[in-house]
Design a protein around this ligand. Structure first.
Ligand code: ZN
Length: 211
């Protein structure tokens, strides 16, 4: 297995639509395994093939409390229910987080690495991750559906390990590019409340209260 390079915004490949996977071969399995290794090394909850420069409809997700990653080939969200406001980050936009609207529950149709058709119902972090990754496969980034332009923050980890949220206003390509260069570590993995599925983020509550 190998750790792959994660493409960073504004790499144009992140804006392209990936094509349907039609060959379920050893090459696909190898790509999925490398993507899992890359996601784990970067401490991400999910990774889409587009993010490693491969425009194929394949993504991997692994919520923090899961033992095994889930590989989704040709994922298609066939039902969305409810709406909730959640905090989100992306390995292709290191050093930033934003508030977006996501579904409460989804139903997804996908194939496994052998090409077998499967269906899955998901909620909480899993639903959020699958929506985020299928967006990637369509060239969509979470910054495209921030709940508001000012709900986008640069994160700064202090020497004490505290995470600070610095309001940035509207995402700006040049700023993001500079930040990607500055950052030499992945953004902190968000903590989620197990009952509500909402991110646990005291710093962010502070930021909201100050608005
Ligand atoms: Zn992402």
């Amino acid at each position: 297995m190998a750790i792959l390079e994660v493409r960073k915004f504004p790499d144009p490949i992140l804006r392209q639509r990936a094509v349907k996977v039609t060959r379920f071969d050893a090459k696909l399995a190898k790509l999925a395994a490398d993507m899992v290794e890359t996601m784990e090394a970067e401490r991400g909850v999910g990774l889409a093939a587009s993010q490693v420069g491969v425009l194929q409809r394949l993504c991997v997700v692994k919520p923090e409390d899961w033992e095994e990653p889930l590989v989704l080939v040709n994922p298609e969200i066939i039902r969305r229910e409810g709406q909730r406001e959640v905090e989100e980050g992306c390995l292709s936009l290191p050093g930033y987080r934003g508030m977006v609207n996501r579904s409460v529950r989804i139903r997804v149709r996908y194939q496994d690495l052998a090409g077998k058709q499967l269906r899955l119902k998901a909620d909480c972090v899993l639903a959020q991750a699958i929506e985020h990754e299928t967006d990637h496969l369509n060239g969509i980034l979470y910054i495209d559906h921030l709940v508001a332009h000012d709900q986008f923050f640069r994160i700064h980890v202090t020497e004490e390990g505290d995470v600070e949220y610095i309001p940035t206003g509207e995402p700006d390509a040049a700023e993001l590019e500079n930040a990607a260069r500055r950052m030499n570590h992945a953004p902190p993995v968000p903590q989620f409340d197990p009952t509500s599925g909402r991110p646990v983020s005291p710093r962010n509550e502070d930021a909201t209260a100050a608005d």
